[in-house]
Structure formats: C-alpha cells, structure tokens
Write a new protein. Sequence first.
Length: 184
Amino acid sequence: MRCVALFWASALLALAGCQPRASIPQGVQVFFSPHGGATEAAVSALAQATNSVLVQAYSFTSAPLAQALVAAQRRGVSVQVILDRSQRTEKYSEADFLSHNEIPTLIDDRHAIAHNKIMIIDGYVILTGSFNFTKAAEEKNAENLLIINDPVLAKTYLENWHNHEQHSETYLRPTPVSSQNDAR
C-alpha cells in the first residue's frame, strides 16, 4: 500500500512539473588558467556558433573574445551581451568595441555585482566557470572554464539570461568631458 501511495505521489509531482530538471551532458571540457587554453577554447567554441551567442560577463577586456563575437555576428549569428555596470567605466572594457560593431550590449546594474561569466552558444553549449573574459584570466589568474554541451541545462541558463535582460539597460558610450577650450 505504501509503495502504491509513493508511486501516485511521484506521478502527480511529475505531472505537475515539480520534478527538478535533470540531464546528462553530451560533452564536458575543462580548462584551467593561467596559460591553460581557456581563451583559445572559448574562441574556438564561438567560431563554431551558427545561430546565437548570449553572453553575461562581470569583466570583459579580452580582445580575442570580443573579436570572435564580432566575427560570429558577421557570419550571421545573433550575438547579445550583458555586462556588469563596472564595464561602463572600465579602462580596457570591450563594451565600446562590441557596441561600435553593432552587437547589442546591455548593462545589468540591478545587482551589487553582476558576477556571471557565461556564454550560451546555439541554445545547447554553455561556457561557464570562474574564468573572467579578460587577458589577466588567461595569463595571470588561477581560474577555470567549463564547456558543457547540454541542451537541458542550456535552457535554464537561457531563462536566467533573459531574466537579466529584462532589467538591463542599453550600453551607451560614455561621452568625454569637454574642456573649456573645446567650448570656444
């Protein structure tokens, strides 16, 4: 009797959609830095994108990654980026480069720190880990990057990306402060 009750309870939970999403990745790669090839692996993954790339980044100063995003967009891939508010004023931020190349770039300033470091490629490949999209992450820091091929997990990341998109603002290039000599 107890087994039958557990069966029906489990069945009702499953039908109600209360089961946690579980999946088995179709592939996982891991890279460590410094000098572990994480930037090269991310550039390679971006080169294989055919449909879409969504990015969330705390810090984005990596020229190779920015160039790979622009190259993807030029191949017809839809590319969108959400950055932390610090990227409005970060000296080496790639936000200007991305925006100048017509990649929709948003700023998430709803949080103390928008500390995500993810890319979602074609709705099934996820790049995530502690790896910031920076030169220092590749050359100086001890960080990790996971590349996960998992459509079910990617769906969860996509939902989270779109939740942050809802409250993010369009990145606007800072206007230089003019001096009095410019006013003449």
